[in-house]
Ligand binder design. Structure first.
Ligand code: HEM
Length: 420
């Protein structure tokens, strides 16, 4: 048996022989090894709203079915995102609300701050940005080596998203790699189940230095006339400029960096991997590149780069027949909802021309639904259009190395080769 098939079979045996009461699906190892699938499959079938009574992240509920995820995400009055209640990830991060980004806030502060950035994500704004994003993507792809193995994550996914985010923020172009680096450093935090090879003190020191640079750029933008880039928008609006206090505004900047770079980055890599694992779909795409538009939401569903969002119950609530008590932690596993056969036909199959490709919860639901959805889809469409123009095939030539994270589901490394 090939290694991958053996690992998957062993994971299935373990998932189906472990008592449900011992399930801890938030174990970051399950994501590093890509073996979470049978665990979620069993929960959806046998205990879709599951209580884990003890884990390194404390006790928590797992909501694993599509419909129940929509119910929790849609009820922001009962299920809070607030940073002072523990925030939006399985690992608690109790932050002072004054410094928290709007994803970790409830009404009315959430809406007031979200409103500041929404003009950046309208269809008009997207159309305005597309030509520059396309020309930058084209330049990166034109430089790729042929006939030799290289890391697709570093050379394509990270570079493209760094450039796209730098475009959106009008960030100093030569410093663009600071953006994905900041994101990597944040996601390596122990509360997110990550880990840093250089050790925790080194991670924190580098993170502080990176924040220092971001604060400097924000201050420069605040001191200049208002412009239409994301940093300027945040720096000039009283709802988000923190009255000039870096501690109060850096949260939103960091939110946009993480939300805007990681998700798209891992969807680019995940899409290439899915096409290589499903050569019939790759062939279909080559025969008709017009399918790219529908393929993009399918890639996002299949990858689910945000594995979960967490809430804290403000009052007792019934979800899927279970009683969740006030104060308890509730994790919505988008990665599982997107494989729920009661909502999505043949959910484990990657089908680039499925009938309802937008039937997924990868962007969440309700008032916190992803504000960057249109941008993400446009970026991915442009990247795939430019890739298909140049390369009928980018071949994956080895195993991917995946992130050790239960929060962002993605890749550190993917070896590929473009035939000469
Ligand atoms: C929120 C997914 C790309 C900015 C979210 C949420 C998810 C998500 C699951 C939380 C939704 C909820 O709690 O209901 C994704 C995926 C992406 C993507 C899968 C790409 C494939 C982007 C991009 C940006 C962005 C490109 C911006 C540059 C945000 C922001 C929020 C958010 C600011 C917070 C919204 C709020 O709290 O009101 N995203 N995202 N995202 N996303 Fe995205």
């Amino acid at each position: 048996m090939a290694d991958g098939a053996r690992i998957a079979a062993e994971a299935r045996d373990r998932a189906y022989s472990t008592p449900l009461e011992d399930f801890h699906v938030g174990d970051p190892e399950l994501f590093r090894t890509d073996t979470h699938w049978p665990w979620f499959e069993r929960l959806r079938a046998e205990d879709p709203v599951h209580y884990c009574k003890a884990s390194p992240f404390g006790p928590y509920w797992s909501v694993t079915r599509f419909e129940d995820i929509v119910a929790v995400d849609g009820d922001h009055n009962t299920f809070s995102s607030a940073s002072d209640r523990g925030g939006i990830a399985l690992g608690d991060s109790f932050e002072d609300p004054a410094g928290a980004s709007f994803i970790s806030q409830d009404s009315p502060r959430h809406e007031a701050q979200r409103k500041v950035v929404t003009p950046m994500f309208t269809s008009g704004a997207m159309m305005g940005m597309e030509p520059l994003i396309r020309s930058r993507a084209a330049a990166i792809l034109d430089e790729l080596p042929r006939g030799e193995t290289f890391d697709f994550v570093d050379k394509v996914s990270v570079e493209l998203t760094a450039q796209m985010l730098a475009t959106l923020m009008d960030f100093p172009f030569e410093e663009r790699r600071l953006l994905p680096r900041a994101s990597d450093l944040l996601l390596a935090a122990p509360i997110l189940g990550g880990g840093s090879p250089a050790g925790e003190p080194a991670r924190q020191a580098e993170l502080m230095a990176t924040f220092g640079r971001l604060v400097g750029i924000f201050a420069e933008r605040a001191a200049s006339p208002r412009n239409d880039d994301l940093i300027s928008m945040l720096a000039h609006d009283p709802a988000t400029n923190g009255g000039g206090d870096p501690y109060k505004f850096v949260g939103n900047l960091v939110l946009l960096i993480v939300a805007g770079s990681d998700t798209t980055r891992h969807s680019i890599t995940g899409g290439l991997l899915a096409l290589n694992e499903n050569p019939d779909q790759y062939a279909k795409l080559r025969a008709d590149p017009g399918l790219i538009g529908g393929m993009i939401p399918e890639i996002i569903r299949y990858q689910s780069p945000v594995a979960h969002m967490r809430r804290t119950a403000m009052a007792d609530a019934q979800i899927g027949g279970k009683t969740i008590k006030a104060g308890e932690k509730v994790v919505m596993w988008y990665v599982s909802g997107n494989r729920d056969a009661s909502a999505i036909e043949t959910p484990d199959a990657f089908i680039i021309d499925r009938e309802r490709p937008r039937q997924h919860v990868a962007f969440g639901f309700g008032v916190h639904r992803c504000v960057g959805q249109r941008l993400a889809e446009m970026q991915l469409r442009v990247v795939w259009e430019e890739m298909m123009k140049r390369f009928p095939l980018i071949e994956v030539v080895g195993e991917p190395r995946r992130l050790t994270s239960n929060f962002v589901k993605g890749y550190e490394y993917l070896p590929v080769r473009i035939p000469k």
